[in-house]
Design a protein around this ligand. Structure first.
Ligand code: THU
Length: 130
């Protein structure tokens, strides 16, 4: 299935009664398999989670740790952009060259690489002892 179509489909399951803003995310992992996630909000607002976090959790639970491509979609006026926290979450499993497709429900989209979304990313290599 098309990555964006997977994100669009899972978005319908989003639990977003507080913001009213449903988000869907899909990841194509190194194996070619697609993992999807949606935002899951909570009455205790900070306990909610983003769509990207759900897709990443599904991928890792299935035993994969490399992202080849990602897509995120929402009913927004311009292509929805992963939040700062999700950029860091994606960067844990995606190289600088990985492309992230950002889309609106009405068919607009743009693509950026992880390097563009999160320049100078903090990673495991920074924790190596000098
Ligand atoms: N949201 C995501 O799921 N992903 C993002 O990258 C941006 C924000 C969700 C979180 C919250 O449930 C709603 O959108 C409004 O912020």
């Amino acid at each position: 299935m098309d990555l964006l179509e997977a994100a669009k489909r899972v978005r319908e399951n989003a639990h977003a009664p507080y913001s009213g803003f449903k988000v869907g995310a899909a990841i194509r992992a190194a194996s070619g398999r697609i993992y999807a996630g949606c935002n899951v909000e909570n009455a205790s607002y900070p306990e909610g989670s983003c769509a990207e976090a759900g897709a990443i959790a599904a991928m890792v639970a299935a035993g994969e740790t490399r992202i080849a491509e990602a897509a995120v979609i929402a009913d927004s006026p311009r292509p929805v952009s992963p939040c700062g926290g999700c950029r860091q979450r994606l960067a844990e499993f995606a190289g600088a060259e990985v492309r992230v497709i950002m889309a609106t429900l009405d068919g607009r989209s743009r693509t950026a690489t992880m390097a563009e979304l999160l320049p100078h990313a903090f990673g495991q290599d920074h924790m190596e002892q000098g």
